[in-house]
Design a protein around this ligand. Structure first.
Ligand SMILES: Cc1cc2nc3c(=O)[nH]c(=O)nc-3n(C[C@H](O)[C@H](O)[C@H](O)COP(=O)(O)OP(=O)(O)OC[C@H]3O[C@@H](n4cnc5c(N)ncnc54)[C@H](O)[C@@H]3O)c2cc1C
Length: 296
C-alpha cells in the first residue's frame, strides 16, 4: 500500500518547527524514525497532510546526566539508549529493557520521543517511564510544560500532548542505593511485541525491608498499567517467596486488564503476568539487597 498524498517539510530550526505546529496543529505530524508513522500511513491508518521531518535538527538528539536525572532529547535513537555507557551506569533498567524493543535496525532509526509519543500499550519504554516516575517536556510556540509520565499516556496511541506541542525531552531519575530494578517479558520471538511484560522497582530500608515498590505492566490495558495494591502489599516485607507470590497473584488477577489478542488469550496473559511478576520481583529484591551500589 502507498500513503495518501502529503506535503513534506524540513524545518530550519526548533523555532521554525514550532511555528509549523502552531499553524497546522495535528495535521503536521512530526516524522521521527518513521518506524510506526510510515507503516500507519501506508495502511491509511494515518493520513497527515504534512510531515515535519525532525531528523535534520541536531539540537533534538542528545543525552546527559544532570541533577540526579538522565535527560534525553527526543530524537535520541533507541540504539543510543541501549549502548551508551552513561545510560547503563545511571539508569540500568533502561539498558536492560531497550534490547527487547523490536530489532536492531528499528532501534537504529526509532527515536525515544517517537516511541513514547506513539503510546502503544505494548511498548516497553512507556512502562519504564511510568515505573521510574519520568517527566516529559512538551513545547509549543507559546511555551513549555512538564508532564509526569503517569499523566502523559491517556490511552492507546493517545497522549496528553496538545496539537501544537511536540515532545522535546524526557528525564528519568537515576538509580538509587538499595533499590533493585528488573524487567521481564514474554514475546513469541525476540523482538516481537510482547504478550505480557512488567517492570518491578523495589527499595529497601536499612533493615532490608521494602519501603517502596512499583509494578507496571505492558499490554495489560490501554496504557502502562500500574498494580498499586500489589506493590503496596510488599511494603515492610523483605521479599519472601510468599509475599512475592501473593503480590504477583493479586496484580495479575485483580489489577491488570489485558485485552487478549491473536497470540494470547486474556487468561494466558494473566498467567504470563503472574510468572513474570514473580521473576521480576525476585530479581529486583536480589539487586536491592546488594550493599550500597557502587557509584559510577
Ligand atoms: C517490526 C516492528 C517491530 C516493533 N517492535 C516493537 C517492540 O517490540 N516494542 C516497541 O516499543 N516498539 C516496537 N516497534 C515500534 C518501534 O519501536 C516504533 O516505531 C518506534 O518506537 C517509533 O519511533 P519512531 O522514532 O520511529 O517514531 P515515528 O514512527 O516517526 O513516529 C511515531 C509517532 O510519534 C509522533 N512523534 C514522533 N516524534 C515526536 C515528537 N518529538 N513529539 C510529538 N510527536 C512525535 C509521530 O508524529 C507519530 O505519530 C516495532 C516496530 C516495527 C516496525
Amino acid at each position: 500500500m502507498k500513503p495518501a498524498a502529503f506535503e513534506y517539510i524540513i524545518p530550519e530550526s526548533l523555532d521554525h518547527l514550532l511555528q509549523i505546529k502552531a499553524e497546522h496543529g495535528d495535521e503536521a505530524k512530526p516524522l521521527a524514525g518513521g518506524q510506526s508513522l510510515i507503516p500507519a500511513m501506508n495502511f491509511r491508518m494515518a493520513r497527515p497532510s504534512l510531515l515535519v521531518d525532525l531528523n535534520r535538527l541536531p539540537e533534538l538528539a542528545w543525552l546527559h546526566v544532570k541533577d540526579g536525572e538522565l535527560q534525553v532529547g527526543t530524537m535520541t535513537r533507541m540504539a543510543e539508549l541501549q549502548h551508551n555507557p552513561t545510560v547503563a551506569a545511571h539508569v540500568p533498567l533502561i539498558a536492560e529493557t531497550v534490547p527487547h524493543i523490536a530489532h536492531p535496525q528499528i532501534r537504529n532509526r526509532g527515536s525515544v520521543g517517537g516511541n513514547l509519543a506513539h503510546a502503544d500499550p505494548a511498548s516497553e519504554l512507556p512502562v519504564v517511564a511510568v515505573a521510574l516516575g519520568a517527566r516529559f517536556r512538551a513545547i509549543s510556540a507559546s511555551g513549555e510544560r512538564w508532564i509526569p509520565a503517569h499523566e502523559f499516556f491517556l490511552g492507546t496511541f493517545t497522549t496528553s500532548l496538545q496539537p501544537q506541542e511536540i515532545l522535546l525531552e524526557v528525564t528519568f531519575p537515576t538509580r538509587q542505593d538499595r533499590t533493585g530494578y528488573a524487567f521481564a517479558e514474554v514475546a513469541r520471538r525476540h523482538g516481537d511485541y510482547a504478550m505480557a511484560g512488567v517492570v518491578a522497582v523495589v527499595s529497601l530500608n536499612a533493615q532490608g525491608q521494602c519501603d517502596s515498590a512499583q509494578l507496571v505492566y505492558l499490554n495489560a490495558g490501554d496504557s502502562p498499567t500500574p498494580a498499586v495494591t500489589a506493590a503496596a502489599m510488599l511494603i515492610g516485607n523483605s521479599g519472601t517467596p510468599a509475599a512475592i507470590t501473593a503480590a504477583a497473584q493479586h496484580a495479575s488477577m485483580e489489577e491488570i486488564a489485558p485485552y487478549g489478542n491473536l497470540h494470547a488469550s486474556t487468561e494466558f496473559q494473566r498467567h504470563l503476568a503472574r510468572h513474570l511478576t514473580q521473576q521480576a520481583l525476585k530479581t529486583a529484591f536480589e539487586r536491592a539487597r546488594a550493599e550500597f551500589l557502587p557509584h559510577p
